[in-house]
Design a protein around this ligand. Structure first.
Ligand SMILES: *Cc1c(COP(=O)(O)O)cnc(C)c1O
Length: 469
């Protein structure tokens, strides 16, 4: 399988090169040259596979000639061995035609574990194969950092440094990062805000001497190998509900557009997905795009679902590439215009293609609290704020006829309610308990480094702490 950039000026690369590079050299994102499809017979044969075997079957289509199915299945088995539900991504019937897929059974109880746990093993294997070491550097406002530190802790070939704004992440999120005591894993409290942390990461990636010296890598959601494992749970849910003989729809709480794009890839691989519902909070740039055909940047407003407090969705460029019939030059032009003016519009033909598969809904904080309370009261299910945004969109898509009455809708539950306990308590009057493996989290000792909000301070810290390769 060959990979090409969405901006038409980088590629072909193999799977491992795309994995280790992350972002393409022309500023674009890597995509496979095609989406290998499964026949109905092949899908029927997949219906009874355990999760790790299913993961191996699906991902092997994208690693052709480099990693085989058995090896991928073993990596997935190892990645998901510690998950607290044997089904890994279990379905829960909510009511009527709505099912909730629980994606919070990993170590940090948010869906980013599903990708990150696989990615860390993929990195380790690729680096060891090449006899290389790497330093991973990232900034987090919460969920990504804890999932990354948890996944990359103790990997021989990788030292990981995650910057977070000192005093500005939730207590649970901070303790999930700082309670990790492993060689090569570093939570770094930066005396600044999230934008400072991100700016430092950017500056250090642009410091080519430093970048080459430590072999700097990133694990943000633009990495294709982070999307690959997310395709798997769309298959597992749809097959459990009767695919390929029965169509399904998915409702996806969306921020950077990575998760819902994985659903789009599953559809292109032959899964009968009738509709992908993009669910946003009051940061509704995507909802407005699907309504109006124009992407118009706005300011970010903090909400109860902070992992979706995003204006520019980094993975949207992948869909844009498809909507523009894979014309990388056109995509590069559109992205340049967006960077300059904060706005772009798409031709009718592209919007027709978008509306064929996607619908979009928004929900503000008041609606989110009401949805959490209603799901608790009528269905006995405690949703976190992100999941509530998705379930509400699913309900409305059924009510307004966007999804036909006989089609099951799977709403993705992207975090455990205890991760956002304050919002849940506000909605229901009860603070949800952390799952048993995290019950003593807040009593665990903290270990963290501190750094001033400057690239030089963080660079010095990395050079002091990394294990030289
Ligand atoms: C990251 C995250 C999202 C957004 O997912 P994207 O792939 O960025 O669209 C939604 N909910 C939760 C809980 C998250 O951690």
């Amino acid at each position: 399988m060959k990979y090409y950039s969405t901006r038409g000026n980088d590629g072909p690369l193999g799977y491992e090169e795309a994995l280790l590079s992350g972002l393409a050299r022309d500023g674009g994102l890597y995509l496979p040259e095609s989406y290998p499809a499964f026949s109905d017979d092949e899908m029927r044969a997949m219906a009874d596979l355990p999760y790790a075997a299913l993961a191996g079957r699906i991902m092997s289509r994208f690693t052709d000639g480099e990693l085989d199915e058995a090896e991928l299945a073993a990596m997935a088995g190892d990645a998901y061995a510690g998950f607290t539900d044997p089904d890994v991504a279990p379905l829960h019937h909510l009511n009527g035609n709505i099912h909730v897929m629980e994606l919070f059974h990993g170590p940090t109880i948010a869906f980013k574990d599903y990708a990150m746990q696989f990615l860390s093993r993929a990195f380790d294997r690729a680096l060891k194969g090449a006899g290389r070491q790497a330093v991973i550097l990232g900034a987090t406002s919460g969920d990504t950092g804890s999932a990354a530190l948890e996944a990359f802790r103790g990997r021989d070939a990788v030292d990981i440094f995650i910057l977070f704004p000192d005093g500005r992440v939730s207590p649970v999120q901070q303790r999930q990062m700082t309670s990790i005591d492993a060689v090569g894993a570093h939570a770094v409290a930066v005396s600044g805000d999230f934008d400072d942390c991100q700016a430092i990461v950017k500056q250090l990636f642009n410091d080519h001497g430093f970048r080459d010296r430590v072999n700097l890598s990133a694990v943000n959601s633009i990495n294709w190998a982070r999307l690959m494992p997310q395709i798997v749970y769309y298959f597992s849910a749809a097959l459990a509900l009767g695919a390929p003989g029965r169509k399904v729809a998915f409702s996806v709480p969306t921020g950077n557009f990575g998760n819902v794009f994985a659903g789009y890839v599953a559809m292109r691989m032959g899964l009968p997905i009738e509709r992908l519902i993009v669910a946003s909070n009051s940061n509704d740039i995507l909802t407005r795009f699907f309504e109006q055909g124009a992407m118009q940047r706005d300011v970010v407003t903090p909400s109860l679902s902070p992992s979706m407090d995003i204006q520019v969705s980094s993975n949207f460029e992948r869909l844009l590439f498809e909507l523009m019939d894979r014309d990388g030059v056109a995509v590069a032009g559109i992205m340049d215009r967006f960077a300059e003016t904060g706005r772009f519009e798409l031709p009718d033909s592209a919007m027709t293609a978008a509306h064929r598969h996607f619908s979009a809904y928004r929900l503000d904080d008041a609606g989110t609290l009401a949805e959490i309370a209603a799901s608790m009261e009528t269905d006995g299910m405690c949703l976190d704020p992100h999941s509530a945004v998705g379930v509400s969109a699913a309900r409305r898509a059924i009510a307004d006829g966007t999804v036909a009455a006989d089609i099951p809708v799977v709403a993705l539950a992207c975090a455990h309610p205890a991760k956002f306990g304050a919002a849940v308590s506000k909605a229901t009057g009860t603070t949800p308990a952390l799952p048993p493996h995290l019950a003593d989290l807040m009593q665990r000792p903290e270990k963290m480094a501190k750094a001033d909000a400057s690239a030089a301070a963080v660079r010095d810290l990395v050079l002091e702490k990394w294990r030289r390769g």
